[in-house]
Design a protein around this ligand. Structure first.
Ligand code: NAD
Length: 138
């Protein structure tokens, strides 16, 4: 077990690649915060399935929009309240791919993509990394 008792926040983990990363982490003994902007019941359903497959409480819900600093504060708080630390942050959440070639990309699509994929990752690191520095690891 490579991740025994390690706590990971995985953004965009309700489905897709983020969910697969979460399942892999749990399979290696870790705990994951399934952090996503999806409907709460959909995130809960993912968490339930991960926990049931693991046979332990290995996942928890954080409903979060990673473009909002106050949501990220809440995500970190619920993680620390429940599991006391953050070892790993996976900045996986992202919007749908931008269509076609450069001339097909609207300014709105560009702004939306940069806001989620780039600013969202920045905001998560900005809030989580200091917690890791405080502990001297992560
Ligand atoms: N699938 C691919 O081939 C591919 C290729 C290159 C990069 N990626 C990137 O990998 C990541 C995951 O891809 P996927 O195919 O699993 O995507 P997906 O659309 O299936 O899942 C993305 C998840 O991110 C969540 N999300 C979106 N915006 C969010 C926000 N503001 N805050 C919190 N959560 C948010 C969605 O609700 C969803 O659950 C994305 O960043 C994507 O851009 C995917």
């Amino acid at each position: 077990m490579k991740l025994e008792d390690r706590v990971a926040i995985v953004t965009g983990a309700q489905r897709g690649i983020g969910r697969a990363i979460s399942e892999a982490f749990v399979g290696e003994g870790g705990k994951v915060v399934v952090a996503d902007i999806a409907e709460r019941e959909d995130i809960e359903s993912t968490v339930k399935e991960i926990n049931s497959k693991a046979g332990r409480e290995a996942a928890m819900v954080a409903q979060v929009d990673i473009t909002k600093a106050e949501d990220i504060d809440r995500m970190v708080k619920v993680t620390l309240d429940k599991w006391g630390k953050i070892d790993i942050l996976v900045n996986n959440a992202g919007g749908p791919p931008m269509p076609g070639g450069i001339a097909d990309i609207s300014v709105e699509d560009w702004d939306r993509t940069m806001n989620v994929d780039l600013k969202g990752a920045f905001l998560c690191c900005r809030r989580v990394v200091p917690e890791m520095i405080k502990r001297g690891k992560g």
